[in-house]
Design a protein around this ligand. Sequence first.
Ligand code: SAM
Length: 265
Amino acid sequence: MGVSPPAALKHLGQNFLIDPNIVRKIIALAELSPTDHVLEIGPGRGILTEALCRSAGHVTAIEVDPRLYAYLSEQRAQFQNLTLILGDAMTYPVEQLPIGTVVVANLPYYLSTPLLFRLLEHAHRIPRLVLMLQNEVADRLVAKSGRSAYGILSVMAQYSADITKAFKVSPQCFRPRPDVDSAVVLLRVKDRMEQTREAREQFATFVRAAFAHRRKTLVNSLKDQGYEQKHVEAALTTLRFSPSIRAETLSLDELIALSQHIHRV
Ligand code: SAM
């Protein structure tokens, strides 16, 4: 008789997938080949881990809960291509994984945004990510300028990757059921991630400053964050933007152009 799995802990975002159909759809979206190395965050009871081990060359799975780590170590011992790690994905040294590692995960929702930002810091090593997260976060990831969901997360994620919201997942596909709808997104990392770290950090600083005060104009928002007003105004004039424009009306490409212009000045 098998050992029964540990009970779910709410504070660790433990909503376990129980629908094999959703697992199949996630695996299909990841387009894995037997040479791929996969990083899974939060393997939980292993429903996705097992499917990943069957489709990829190697799977590294990081689980923070020692009870689940012990349970999985025993239950999935037959998978020679699985490296289970007991640890926190927020501090795990992603740079130690092979270049080209694909991330596939049903993320713990309390940590989905910080984890995504952390993974995107290493985007030059990760060609694509298939992530399950809250439907509301998925909407922010794909939002375009002018929409209420558009903000720092949309801009920084779209700066790094082409993002598709692949499908929604109902709470019924989990035990225990989460309070919110979920969605699976595919992020294909862009070539620009070859850019220097400085260029990426410069743009991230600019975007944080531009969106710091949603109700202020871009000029005032940037000025409050230490940017020279005359440089910002000069850039807006050159690029033919209104001096009273707000950050959330600018597209990703417009924000990039503006940031480059201001930093050149
Ligand atoms: N992959 C499983 C599934 O699809 O059924 C579990 C997904 S569950 C939504 C999230 C998992 O992430 C849980 O197993 C939880 O313990 C784990 N987790 C939570 N915080 C974590 C962290 N900081 N680092 C690694 N794993 C974490």
